[in-house]
Design a protein around this ligand. Structure first.
Ligand code: DOR
Ligand code: ZN
Length: 353
């Protein structure tokens, strides 16, 4: 599909995919699922529930709960992941993938982020499972940060590449890997130079914010996420990669809802809720970089190609408007309010529904 030229007021894209999404469970699932389903055709659903989604049976049950939260008439398919633990049953994992139930497996280094306590402490313990995944063609999605307290939080992605990711890929070159929510030029370079079996997702918020947004002039908990936003040079590298048209980079929002009460706390949770305004923000960013023609690949094409699924049949229409659009209002959930991402710049795009 040829994108509409930038001079016109609308841009019609194949229904996009979100290749990294947190939907949670219970009341929160009911609130956030319709917001993604309204705009996206598919999303890769993260498994970091409490307890995590470890087995094929758990993924099947979670998929049913998600489908029950999708409003009737919306064409939305959740693509499921399993949470890798040191006791993951490789046979169950491969069977779940081969049946089509599960699309990928998520590696959380233990302690790296929200609900990662059941994650991997010693990568050697999961090598047999990774071998089985490589044989079966099941991609590994990695949260690419070391948890070593000696390593500065701003260096944890670069050190993960050096200490964990590159050694694993050398030991199992056939393993297909997605570096999730890449935040550094180190990550971008590694993926760009890594050939067709490694890709990276890029979030919306990491294209807009750097670490000053979190810390300068007051601490802003709603900009706190993991991996934490880095310095401006890294943000620029992310924008260049996202707008490059290279097939190894695609959208994974990491939209990660937490109640305001959990964000605005003495020890606030990591995660930014971007699902409602992601597409509008991305259109703004791509337009600003004269790259609207590359938006389709980033949100609708490259991820589908990596995961070996067809581009979605339906479309979504984005509309450019003269008046900047307000940041979506906080969402009300039965347990409290949920704040939506504020990109901090005027957004002149909206999804036409
Ligand atoms: O900011 C984040 N929030 N990063 C993650 O890796 C997890 C996510 C969440 O689940 O809240
Ligand atoms: Zn995530």
């Amino acid at each position: 599909m040829t994108p509409t030229p930038t001079s016109t007021k609308t841009l019609t894209l194949p229904r996009p995919d979100d290749w990294h999404l947190h939907l949670r469970d219970g009341d929160m699932l009911d609130v956030v699922t319709p917001e993604t389903a309204a705009q996206f055709g598919r999303a890769l659903i993260m498994p970091n529930l409490v307890p995590p989604v470890v087995s094929g049976a758990e993924a099947e049950a979670y998929r049913s709960r998600i489908m029950a939260a999708v409003p009737v008439g919306l064409d939305f398919t959740p693509m499921m992941t399993l949470y890798l633990t040191e006791t993951t049953d490789a046979d169950d994992l491969v069977a779940a993938a081969q049946s089509g139930l599960v699309t990928a497996v998520k590696l959380y280094p233990a302690g790296a982020t929200t609900n990662s306590a059941s994650g991997v402490r010693d990568i050697d313990k999961v090598m047999p499972v990774l071998e089985a995944m490589a044989d079966a063609g099941v991609p590994l999605c990695v949260h690419g940060e070391v948890t070593d307290p000696q390593v500065d939080i701003f260096d944890r992605e670069a050190v993960f590449i050096e200490r964990v990711l590159d050694p694993v890929r050398r030991r199992i070159p056939r393993l297909r890997v997605v570096m999730e929510h890449v935040t550094t030029s180190d990550g971008i370079d590694y993926v760009r130079d890594g050939g067709p079996d490694i890709a990276a997702t890029i979030t919306t918020h990491h294209l807009f914010i750097n670490r000053n947004h979190i810390l300068a002039g007051g601490i802003r908990p709603h900009y706190y996420c993991l991996p934490v936003a880095k310095r401006e040079t890294h943000r620029i590298a992310l924008v260049e990669a996202a707008t490059s048209g290279l097939p190894g980079f695609f959208l994974g929002t990491d939209s990660a809802p937490h109640l305001d009460s959990a964000k605005l706390a003495e020890c606030g949770c990591a995660g930014i809720y971007t699902a409602p305004n992601t597409l509008a923000c991305l259109a703004q960013m791509f337009e600003q970089h004269d790259a609207l023609a590359k938006l389709e690949g980033f949100v609708s094409g490259h991820g589908a190609a990596f995961y070996g699924v067809p581009v979605n049949a339906g479309t979504v229409m984005l509309e450019r408007v003269d008046t900047p659009q307000p940041v979506p209002a906080p969402r009300s959930t039965p347990e409290g309010m949920l704040t939506v991402f504020d990109p901090g710049v005027p957004i002149h795009w909206r999804v036409r529904t």
